[in-house]
Design a protein around this ligand. Structure first.
Ligand code: ES4
Ligand code: ZN
Length: 326
């Protein structure tokens, strides 16, 4: 069977990757030692054993703890560089990378340290790896709108180093409407808009992300088929969904990979894409997501090409570059 070979070799874009979720246990311990940070785990094996999640929140608790070793600009650079090398190995030509500044500014790390470290790795990837990468700043939805506004304020001097904003963290109980005003301001600033919605939360949150935040893409969105009118809207407006199959498996959104609805989303005519979300925590980078999902659900080569095309269509590269990719 040549399908895994095709999936590995296809040129693709990755549009849903949290850079803090690419921090491998080995790098967590290396940075902890380098920075004199103590961890509540004795070694890499013990930390990995804690990676047994039951839902989104059980993952987020460990993910924020792992990020506590990031202090210096070099740490952010090293983390992003490790991901970008891994992305190149998966034939990723273009990556749009989420980062969570509030996780760091709350610990006294400056916005400038975070953004400069990540951005210099993106620049280096273009010249040394031939991988094009951009940054998307995510607001943590479990924090207040005022906190998000303050974060936006801190990021504005670095406006040219990120292309858009997103919304992530604990979904249920924190609907998109909570951030209506801060996203309105981001639109005025000409930033691209995306939002996590319909990962664990209801279709109503996807509607809000579209109608209130004016999201150009929906991150996850796998709960959308619960509302047929929503599926029609997503199809009509060609709103992409950045789907993350191994994430959904590890966070128990679907009981088994074979139950994943990626194939049904494609059959409904949606611009679905495959992404890794938090690859260091969910057991695989982009090609692992493709290969395992295709094996479990019986998707075929034409759907592989469709997903690769979708990833470039859904990206924020300019129209001329898009035509070259698609
Ligand atoms: C996340 Cl899987 C997921 N969902 C929501 N927020 C996140 N932040 C990092 N990974
Ligand atoms: Zn995510």
């Amino acid at each position: 069977d040549r399908l895994p070979e095709l999936l590995r070799r296809m040129p693709k874009a990755e549009l849903h990757i949290h850079i803090e979720g690419s921090l491998e246990p080995e790098l967590i311990f290396q940075l902890a030692r380098r920075n004199g940070v103590s961890l509540p785990y004795a070694n890499v094996e013990e930390l990995r054993k804690a990676y047994a999640f039951t839902n989104l929140q059980s993952f987020l608790d460990i993910y924020y703890a792992g990020a506590s070793v990031l202090l210096k600009e070099q740490d952010f650079h090293d983390m992003a560089w490790a991901y970008l090398r891994r992305a190149q190995a998966d034939n990723v030509l273009h990556a749009e990378i989420f980062f969570d500044p509030q996780t760091h500014t709350a610990r006294g790390v400056s916005m400038e340290t975070v953004v400069r470290g990540l951005h210099s790795a993106c620049e280096r990837a273009r010249t040394e790896l031939g991988v094009q990468a951009s940054l998307i700043l995510c607001f943590l939805r479990h924090l207040s709108e005022a906190d998000a506004f303050e974060t936006l304020e801190q990021a504005l001097p670095l406006r040219d180093r990120f292309i858009g904003v997103g919304l992530d963290s604990s979904e249920v109980g924190h609907p998109p409407e909570k951030f209506a005003r801060v996203f309105a301001r981001c639109r005025e600033l000409g930033l691209h808009i995306v939002a996590h919605a319909g990962e664990e939360g209801p279709p109503a949150y996807v509607w809000q992300a579209l109608d209130i935040l004016k999201a150009e893409r929906i991150d996850h969105g796998v709960q959308s088929p619960k509302d047929p009118a929503l599926v029609r809207r997503l199809a009509q407006d060609r709103i992409p969904l950045t789907v993350c199959p191994l994430s959904n498996l590890k966070l128990c959104v679907f009981p088994q990979l074979a139950d994943h609805n990626l194939g049904r989303l494609l059959d409904a005519g949606l611009v679905a894409t495959v992404n890794s979300d938090d690859p260091a925590y969910f057991g695989g980078y982009l090609n692992d997501n493709f290969i395992q999902t295709f094996a479990a659900t019986g998707l075929t080569a034409p759907q592989a090409w469709q997903l690769a095309r979708n990833s470039f269509e859904a990206s924020f590269v300019d129209a001329a570059a898009k035509r070259r990719y698609v």
